[in-house]
Design a protein around this ligand. Structure first.
Ligand SMILES: Cc1ncc(COP(=O)(O)O)c(C=O)c1O
Length: 453
């Protein structure tokens, strides 16, 4: 019988990350300066990121060595196990084999440390003493707090207000790892004070928290900003997920028909899928599907345009699918999926038809997450519930088509600190939410005057 799980030896951990920029059939449109709208150079980004990370952001080298210091930290929990979800398969009663890469085994409980650890390492190497960042659900903030501590850096996290209020345990986790966690919008930055004065009841957004974290970084000494998703270097560091998964699937002698991941800013989805996109570009047959919330349908309904990554328009303009930098997503429990944009790499892959995207309602995702918990045992994060809903959907399609399929997906994090959201679902307090068409029309209008990629 096929093994239930595949665990790689420490010595089998991949020693290089994969950079899709070397293989994209059409290169990305360059990021533009927020004021001049001219392409930004590395020196424009230098006040925000250290130069060694900027080099990764713009590199077109196919394989990038993982430093020994990073590998040593990765080995605390990596290589992560790959499981076959036999009980869930039984429950679905469809002709599918389901494999999942368990990223919930990291100390912070999600895939986020895969990027946090190299970022802390490269900042330390560059002589930086303090990091600032934003966090939605608190997963990224806790991962960066841990990584900063491991490399002796200070860390301040601006956490979206609605999550700060819904998820006190994530704040405590950040504090436990020595990070400072601030509810955003805050009184500590100019942009935070302005938003609090204009909209005292705002639930906050990732766009606002990013503005605060960047303002803090560029106005403080020896400080740089670390973004938890969206940018090329973040997706690069996350490819460790897909590279390990390829080795594990190879050991089983199975190549997946479908590869899936949930999408916030795109780092988890990119992490599992980019090595498979390489195969697809080289001629392999594989479907690659991203799952997002219907309340924040960036890939499925957002236009492709240049847009800012943050509310205060401090970031360069990025060519991406976007709902507009001032979009305030409904306060759904999957806080990590409430971002108005999505990685330029993921956006370009969608435009090229190399990936596709599907959107799921919060209720449907919790229903899938509960089915998962009751069959496989592990309780998924609300973000992860989105890809599980997509797996249920894919299994239904396979049954209707009478086709056998192997599905591989990234189980991006556990939900043990998100139990309040399960409580809300189980007690019938969650409502369905679909973005009204007027909102999309508003976005289309708002992006009309932006430069076109
Ligand atoms: C468990 C989990 N999965 C997925 C995501 C989505 O983020 P991204 O698309 O950047 O990987 C998050 C973000 O916080 C998360 O916490």
């Amino acid at each position: 019988m096929e093994p239930r799980k595949v665990i790689l030896e420490d010595s089998e951990i991949p020693r290089q990350w994969y950079n899709i920029l070397a293989d994209l059939p059409k290169p990305l449109s360059p990021p533009l300066h927020p004021e001049t709208h001219q392409p930004v150079g590395p020196e424009d980004l230098a006040p925000i990121f250290p130069m060694n990370i900027i080099e990764h952001e713009v590199s077109t080298q196919r394989w990038i060595d993982i430093p020994e210091e990073v590998l040593e930290k990765y080995l605390i929990w990596r290589p992560s196990p790959l499981y076959r979800a036999r009980n869930f398969e039984k429950l679905l009663d469809a002709p599918v084999k389901i494999y999942y890469k368990h990223e919930g085994v990291s100390p912070a409980g999600s895939h986020k440390p895969n990027a946090a650890i190299p970022m802390a390492f490269y900042n330390k190497q560059f002589g930086i003493k303090r990091l600032t960042t934003e966090t939605g659900a608190g997963q990224w903030g806790s991962a960066l707090s841990m990584a900063a501590q491991m490399f002796g850096l200070e860390c301040r996290v601006y956490m979206v207000r609605v999550s700060f209020d819904q998820k006190p345990y994530r704040r405590i986790l950040m504090n436990t790892w020595g990070g400072e966690c601030i509810s955003s919008p805050s009184e500590l930055t100019r942009i935070g004070r302005q938003i609090r004065a204009d909209s005292p009841d705002t639930p906050g957004t990732l766009g606002i928290a990013i503005s605060e974290a960047i303002e803090d970084a560029v106005t403080s000494e020896n400080t740089r900003y670390a973004l938890g998703s969206v940018l090329n270097h973040v997706l690069l560091y996350q490819t460790i997920i897909g590279l390990e998964a390829q080795k594990q699937m190879e050991k089983l002698g199975v190549y997946p028909d479908v590869v899936m991941g949930c999408c916030g800013g795109g780092s988890n989805f990119g992490g599992i899928s980019l090595p498979f996109v390489k195969d697809k570009i080289e001629g392999k047959q594989v479907e690659i599907v991203g799952a997002e919330p219907t309340s924040c349908p960036t890939l499925t309904r957002g236009p492709y345009s240049y847009d800012f990554g943050d509310l205060a328009k401090m970031t360069p303009l990025l060519a991406m699918h976007t709902l507009g930098h001032d979009y305030v997503p409904a306060p759904i429990h999957a806080g990590g999926l409430r971002y108005h944009g999505i990685a330029p790499i993921v956006s370009q892959l969608l435009n090229l038809g190399l990936i596709e995207a599907r959107a799921y309602d919060q209720l449907e995702t919790f229903e899938a997450g509960i089915k998962w918990a009751r069959s496989e045992g592990f309780v998924p994060a609300p973000e992860t519930c989105h890809v599980i809903a997509a797996v249920v959907d894919e299994a239904k399609r396979a049954k209707e088509e009478g086709k056998e399929k192997s599905i591989l997906f990234s189980w991006s994090g556990h939900g043990l600190i998100d139990l309040a959201s399960y409580d809300a679902y189980l007690s019938g307090k969650l409502m369905p939410y679909e973005l009204p068409e007027e909102e999309i029309q508003r976005v289309l209008k708002a992006t009309e005057n932006m430069p076109k990629p």
